[in-house]
Design a protein. Sequence first.
Length: 466
Amino acid sequence: QKLIEGYHRWFIYHNKSIDNRIMILRLNAFLLLSFAQLIKAQNEMVTPCLSPSGTYTMKLNLEAEIGYYTIEECGDEVNPTIGMIVGETYSFIQEDRSNYYHPIGFAYFADGAHDGVDELEPGIKPRGSSSTCDETFTCPAPMYFLGDEYLGVFNNLEEPTVGDEDFGLDAYEPLFFHPLPDWAGMGTFNVKLKFDVDDFEKDIFYFCHIHQFMSGRIKLLDENRMQKQPFASDPIIPYTYDMASAFDQKCGTFGLGDFQLPNDQCYSTYTCNVPSDAKIQSFAACIDAMDCAMTVGMTTAATAESKVGLFINQMIPHHQNAINMAKALLKTGNIECEDLTEESDDCAMEQILWEIIGGQSFQIQQMKAVAGENNLPVVDDCIVSFDGRAVITPGGDGGDGGGDGGGDSGGDMGDGAGDMGDGAGDMGDGAGDMGDGAGDMGDGAMGDGAGDMGDGAGDMGDGAGD
């Protein structure tokens, strides 16, 4: 605290402009977070989950924007801190279908290659260690298997190798991009890891090679199962885990808590003629919130003056909506598919759902990366409130017409012409006239007060387009 206060006073004395003060506040917020994490780490000891069998069975919890790992042997906690005894071999099983698009990796810092930091590889020794394993390509590294077939050459298990850095990742990871039925039929995905450098005491991490921000901590233990480094946050994970709202937990989604209807940036409903069945009504309320979130998300500015930027700003919320819809349908339990390689309607639907979740969340991260590399905003929001326009529902009142046909050449479609159905969608007197100065669809042409296209819009020339 004294260090932060002294730094704050020094920086204000030397930087008195408003812009610099704002920068100070932001920098101090970052420092406070970092120091708070370190202080917490120095005053708390985390007890890791240690599998007695040496097996960690990986699954995915979807109650987050991206999703987080869970481990069957460690309960329901997301990205649990686990333990590994130095010199012993552990297996990480990725057989469950939720692992699709989520190949596990291991690194000395959170997020590994996503942040350009050291991963566990045969040619990368632990920082601060006296080991020379990097010279012989014998440093701790995962070994990637498909069933009983090892996909690499490097080995630090029963038959140690020297001089080869292929540990199977380059063959393992691409398999997770195959169509889901093919992936599910390949066999059991299994990663073995033995950490065998004795003089390294900090924590290491597991993470996802395709999706960022999914890191979990691994505590290294000695032969007596004592933590080599008992404090939780060294190195730190530089982000907190998402927490789903109560509404999202009910729906199986993420980020919808603020978009439950009514919302002044959205229609009054997006699902019509919903039956009285409580389960259908609940699911429809989730769909309404998803579509409201997408409506708000896709109402964007174009301040970046970039076609690519505008595409990214529009497509990310579009993808997020698809992902939430897929998660919500999985949450209902209505899709039943025992074997994803079978040809059935439910298996076809589940294949679609998992491929949407894995593929489109990966594409979101790719688009965010492109935006960052090109100094484009990831979000460029503009607020457009709905102005009282009603939603036309099947069989509902389409309004009483209205709308002057106008135009030099006339072209009145006739009183009440263009009736779209009993009371639904009456085009009104002369609606749709395209003559000179025409094109006025009329105030409320598509329903009471809904859709005035403006006088003189769409002039096709004198008498043209009547």
